[in-house]
Design a protein around this ligand. Structure first.
Ligand SMILES: N[C@@H](CCC(=O)N[C@@H](CS)C(=O)NCC(=O)O)C(=O)O
Length: 348
């Protein structure tokens, strides 16, 4: 938190990379953050939480690329204490593969008394139980570029060479102004900081409403990393950010273009079927006692609208480019029935 009351995100990470050309065995390299680990099916476990937007991105990309059989998934419970995420959803409160109760243990296995945030997403080396990387932006780009040999047939190219500069530019603005913008509103501790944050957020949402009026996706005519960056914030907006974070000029459901874009993605395999509104709401309203001391979780909003026709096919676009949609969600990874409007149906 800055003196002005502005929320400033701690963006320091364990930034090792897992690469296709790293020597087998590994890791190699001198310092944490500069080491490289080899791509190796079955070696790594993605620690995520349905609640967290940053983790949600990695879960979406893993599914779109069909990496479920290659990189396993540990899901932390939606609420946590000051020592951060736990595996309370698992039998006995212990992740069955890593054998730990707290994600903190995987951070400590890498850096004893790790002093920064114990955050999701984190990729963990299963043999040593140690965190390899918690750099959310790099994790998905490396799933796309480094794990190609292990992606499913028909996996889309979410980071196409021809559009990388534009994807990076749009993603940067989405990250600073929207993904982080909602937190800047919600965690502001002075009126001035909040007012400035609100202006910044809505300037960006107005830009997106305009940009997406004439194009189905953010960059090019296919789903890319840029859409994956935006979706987790948009899908949480009306349920959480509008009220809890005071981002309340409008709901997304009141912005015709962004609402149709959001429904389009929600109804696309990999997006809605990885979204858990119950855990999302529990996380924000229960964990942030500073802004919701009663920890009461709201019942609304009504989510039925997410399944209504969006009409965005008329803008053209090829969602999967030269690829194909992913198949059904693996049975052990389905969002529980009743946690989103798709769950409990064949599409969920
Ligand atoms: N630190 C990353 C994003 C990851 C992140 O902040 N995750 C949150 C959950 S949404 C978290 O794990 N917080 C746990 C904690 O701080 O104890 C970033 O800002 O780029």
């Amino acid at each position: 938190m800055a003196d002005t009351g502005e929320f400033v995100r701690d963006a320091r990470y364990i930034t090792d990379r897992i690469t296709a050309d790293a020597p087998p065995g590994g890791p190699t390299g001198e310092r944490i953050g500069e080491m490289v680990w080899p791509v190796q099916p079955g070696r790594y476990r993605l620690a995520a939480a349905r609640a967290c937007p940053w983790a949600h991105r990695t879960v979406i990309v893993r599914r779109l690329l069909g990496l479920e059989g290659v990189i396993s998934l540990a899901l932390a419970a939606p609420t946590h204490d000051e020592r951060s995420w736990t595996f309370d959803l698992d039998p006995g409160g212990v992740d069955p593969v890593l054998g730990i109760h707290r994600l903190q243990q995987a951070y400590f296995a890498r850096v004893p008394d790790y002093p920064l945030g114990i955050t999701v997403p984190a990729v963990v080396d299963v043999p040593t139980g140690a965190v390899v990387t918690n750099d959310f932006a790099r994790i998905t780009l490396d799933f796309s570029s480094q794990w190609r040999a292990h992606q499913r047939p028909g996996a889309p190219d979410l980071y196409p060479e021809a559009h990388r500069d534009e994807i990076d530019e749009v993603s940067r603005r989405v990250y600073t102004e929207v993904n982080n913008g909602v937190y800047r509103c919600g965690f502001a501790t002075s009126q001035d900081a909040y007012d400035a944050a609100y202006e910044r957020l809505w300037t960006a949402l107005d830009w997106l409403e305009e940009r997406l009026a004439t194009r189905r996706y953010l960059v090019g005519d296919t789903i890319t990393e840029a859409d994956v960056r935006l979706y987790p914030t948009l899908v949480r907006f009306d349920a959480v950010y509008h009220g809890h974070f005071k981002c309340n000029r409008q709901k997304i459901a009141e912005l015709p273009v962004l609402w149709a874009y959001l429904r389009d993605l929600f109804q696309t395999p990999g997006f809605g079927d990885t979204t858990d509104f119950v855990q999302i709401k529990q996380h924000y309203y229960i964990v942030h006692t500073g802004i919701n001391p009663t920890q009461v979780v709201p019942r609304g909003p009504d989510l039925a609208g997410f399944l209504t026709p969006h009409g965005r096919e008329s803008l053209g676009g090829r969602p999967w480019g030269d690829g194909t949609p992913p198949g059904p969600v693996p049975s052990g990874e389905r969002v529980p029935a009743g946690h989103n409007p798709l769950s409990g149906t064949d599409a969920g």
